[in-house]
Design a binder for this molecule. Structure first.
Ligand code: PLP
Length: 388
């Protein structure tokens, strides 16, 4: 390519704000910060002045060494991850963790406890069954997953190998939170010495967490910390030593830890994007600042639900309302459909609820702005007036 052609291509990355972009309320893959997209656009051509784009570098080259080292370092910085935990970037989505966790941590003659608070938590319990006994210490199906349980409602087995939870239920729009007015994380009191394992796919790095409370945290990157293609796993060292059965290398956490997340060719671009997102999160003021903003954003939309005189009905009980996925319905399915259509005409996209629950879902992850949430709330008020 000629120098002129490269310059022309680079100038695409230098363009100013793209007004053609819609408000994207997708549950994942989801909206990314514009400055992150622009940086990626530039680095596709030439990363770190190497004259080679990020998609074209070897995963064993010095350039990628630096990308990976920075991603891990900033991942640790964001959540203040203590020593004694490994940061891994794996593949196969959060879904693959459903079998990797029991395969690595549960012996066939042991029991693991699962808190079934939604669709993905149900899947996690289901997929674990072939590796040992699964005990549902909480089953939210009878209450249609409208809230996350209190400690008094949970029945643990005698000696669970671990307890599995999902901190934010993407489809039902519920989240483990302190109270209706406080969106800080609330954790179940697990039996002493039992590792708590959390699927944080839809609220990772959206509010402060104390990593030391967990044995293992995992999250598909495509909602709050990057793009599809990699899954972040934060695992405590003692769990790396559990070895309940023979497994291929690709399925062993300890192999990925030893090989620094490149046992095979890793998803370089997805890991690079996580690196950009961690830097962006730090620049926003870190998790406390993002949490404050996420509370404000969600409040704007819940207010439109609560002040609609019953036109909108929220799915979640107020003390379990998700700050990330806001689920609600109109008075009928026909009106739900019209809502989604009209919203789309107003450049508010991806608001249709999951196929298993229907209604609407507005996902308000880290990169969704307050302005986007205000635009949606204002549309909701107008729509209710017209159709109520
Ligand atoms: C909470 C939760 N867990 C797991 C998954 C599955 O993730 P993946 O598609 O990365 O396998 C999702 C996907 O939306 C999710 O929201």
């Amino acid at each position: 390519m000629t120098t002129a052609a490269i310059d022309t291509a680079k100038s695409v990355g230098a363009a100013t704000s793209n007004t053609a972009r819609a408000w994207n309320f997708c549950a994942g893959p989801s909206v990314l910060p514009e400055e992150v997209i622009r940086q990626a656009q530039q680095d596709l051509w030439d990363v770190s002045g190497t004259g080679i784009g990020i998609l074209e570098h070897s995963h064993r080259a010095k350039t990628y060494d630096k990308v990976l080292a920075e991603a891990v370092e900033n991942c640790r910085k964001v959540a203040n991850i203590p020593a004694g935990y490994q940061v891994l970037f794996l593949t196969g989505g959060a879904t693959s963790q459903n079998f990797m966790i029991p395969a690595n941590l549960l012996a066939q003659n042991q029991t693991a406890d699962y808190l079934t608070t939604g669709y993905w938590a149900e899947k996690s319990a289901e997929h674990a069954k072939m590796y040992g006994t699964i005990h549902e210490a909480w089953d939210g199906r009878p209450i249609k997953h409208v809230y996350c349980p209190t400690d008094g409602e949970i029945r643990y087995s005698a000696t669970p190998a671990y307890v599995h939870m999902c901190t934010n239920n993407t489809i039902y729009g519920t989240q483990w939170r302190a109270s209706a007015t406080d969106g800080s994380i609330r954790l179940p009191k697990v039996p002493s010495g039992v590792p708590l394992i959390a699927d944080m796919s839809s609220d990772i790095y959206s509010r402060p967490i104390n990593v030391a409370d967990f044995g293992l945290i995992y999250a598909g990157a495509q909602k709050n910390i990057g793009v599809a293609g990699t899954t972040l796993v934060i695992i405590r060292d003692d769990l790396l030593a559990r070895n309940p059965r023979e497994l291929p290398g690709m399925l062993q956490y300890r192999v990925h830890a030893k090989d620094e997340s490149r046992h095979n060719t890793p998803p370089v671009f997805a890991i690079y994007m996580c690196g950009l997102m961690f830097k962006w999160i730090l620049k926003q003021g870190g998790l406390a600042a993002l949490h404050k903003r996420n509370m404000e954003k969600a409040a704007v939309i819940y207010k439109a639900v609560d002040e609609s005189g019953g036109f909108y009905r929220g799915h979640a009980r107020p003390d379990s309302r998700s700050l990330m996925n806001i689920t609600f319905r109109c008075p009928s399915e026909q009106i739900d459909e019209l809502f989604v259509k009209e919203a789309s005409k107003n450049r508010m996209d991806q608001l249709k609820g999951h196929r298993s629950t229907g209604g609407m879902r507005a996902s308000t992850y880290n990169a969704m702005s307050l302005e986007g949430c205000e635009a949606l709330a204002s549309f909701m008020r107008e729509f209710a007036k017209k159709n109520g």
